[in-house]
Write a protein that binds this ligand. Structure first.
Ligand SMILES: [Zn+2]
Length: 398
């Protein structure tokens, strides 16, 4: 994924796609600014802008009150030029959304499903519901620019399928695009849930964070990493799979992956549920534990803080390796942010080297429960609105 702050190569003249990137990022709002930023002649700027206007991606609006003469006009990204569909698939719940081209949710809904539901059972439901949601808005297949899907576990982004998701049995190796053929001909993109969540954070005022680590602390644990402005997926897409890192605190404890000693087995949401159940408490999901903690339950609060402590221990190694500017806390445990982060800070600042934590910020996720669908939409948009994709679009309309 290209960093928006360096949208063009310095060796060749800026293309229509480059000009669009400047407008989309809000870096240029007039032809003069585009000329200054790209070095293009006035004629070349005018040609690219009119081609972008013809595509519908850029509009020109009169702004403010004129002080005599022509009223000032501003170029802007036309976020209503189409829609992007998104699905954040979880183990027991899938969230669906229709978003505008800025990635903002227009409408969203949840689909509850049985744990262990196969793609052949769930994907047709997702396809039908997405079509219904889109029709409800009066939108069409023709205005759909793409679909973004997120899944727990490691994802093969080339084939658009789960690669290794022990918690989603039956999904590994099954490409998801064919299930969505009735929804749209537009491209379908698939990635891991924590990866798309970190993309969701790099929007708006947080877009300038080039080095960001997101921890997703829910039933399971995962992380998403942006380094040098680029999402890091690793060699096989398994970057950020921290839930099954071995830790001393989990020694001898059996994990749901079948192994022993994973951080998830003591600090994951499912482990907290198990621990409270063993005390005779009636909880079935990490969200129940959060509800108890927010109501002041001392034991639930202690467990969430301890989970933060243990996760901080594992993360401190990543902080030393990567020196992020910010750690974003997301997932269900972010709903008890103060309690969780009190524990996280303790071990993160205690164990990581001083220079790496000196200016380290810890912040809550921005989009809360909608993070998965906003992130999935953002991922798809980063592809379909990339410099290259927009250049191809403009070439086709000639
Ligand atoms: Zn494990």
């Amino acid at each position: 994924m290209a960093c928006m702050r360096t949208p063009r190569s310095t060796t060749s003249p800026a293309t229509g796609g480059d000009v669009f990137a400047l407008i989309r990022a809000g870096l240029a709002t007039t032809r003069t600014e585009i000329g200054n930023l790209t070095g293009l002649s006035r004629t070349a700027v005018a040609a690219r802008v009119s081609s972008l206007q013809a595509s519908g991606l850029v509009v020109e609006r009169e702004e403010g009150v004129s002080t005599g003469g022509r009223p000032p006009v501003k170029l802007s990204f036309h976020v209503q030029a189409g829609v992007v569909l998104s699905a954040a698939i979880g183990r027991s719940r899938t969230q669906l959304a229709i978003c505008d081209l800025a990635g903002d949710v227009i409408v969203a809904e949840d689909v509850e499903q049985e744990i262990g539901t196969s793609p052949a059972e769930l994907m047709p439901v997702i396809a039908r519901r997405l079509i219904a949601l889109r029709e409800g808005l009066g939108e069409t297949a023709g205005r759909t620019v793409g679909i973004g899907i997120s899944l727990p576990g490691t994802v093969d982004t080339e084939r658009g399928c789960s690669l290794n998701s022990p918690m989603m049995s039956g999904w590994d190796g099954v490409p998801l695009q064919p299930f969505l053929a009735d929804v749209t001909d537009a491209p379908v993109f698939v990635d891991n849930d924590a990866n798309v969540m970190v993309l969701a954070e790099r929007r708006g005022e947080r877009r300038d964070f080039a080095d960001m680590l997101l921890i997703k602390a829910s039933t399971g644990l995962g992380a998403g990493l942006v380094s040098g402005g680029v999402l890091q997926r690793g060699a096989l897409g398994a970057a950020g799979e921290i839930g099954h890192t071995k830790t001393a605190a989990a020694q001898g404890v059996v994990c749901r992956c079948g192994d022993v000693g994973c951080i998830e087995a003591v600090a994951g949401g499912w482990a907290l549920v198990r621990n409270l159940q063993e005390q005779g408490r009636e909880v079935t999901h990490i969200r129940d534990v959060i509800t108890l903690a927010l109501a002041g339950d001392a034991e639930a609060r202690r467990m969430i803080r301890e989970s933060g402590r243990q996760i901080g221990e594992v993360l401190s190694g990543a902080i030393n390796l990567l020196n992020p500017e910010v750690v974003i806390v997301g997932g269900d445990m972010a709903q008890a942010y103060d309690t969780f982060v009190a524990g996280l800070r303790e071990t993160l600042y205690g164990n990581a080297i001083a220079v790496a934590t000196q200016q380290l910020q810890i912040l809550p996720w921005t989009h809360g429960e909608l993070s998965g669908v906003v992130g999935s939409a953002t991922m798809a948009l980063d592809h379909v609105l990339s410099v290259r994709a927009v250049d191809q679009l403009l070439a086709r309309q000639k």
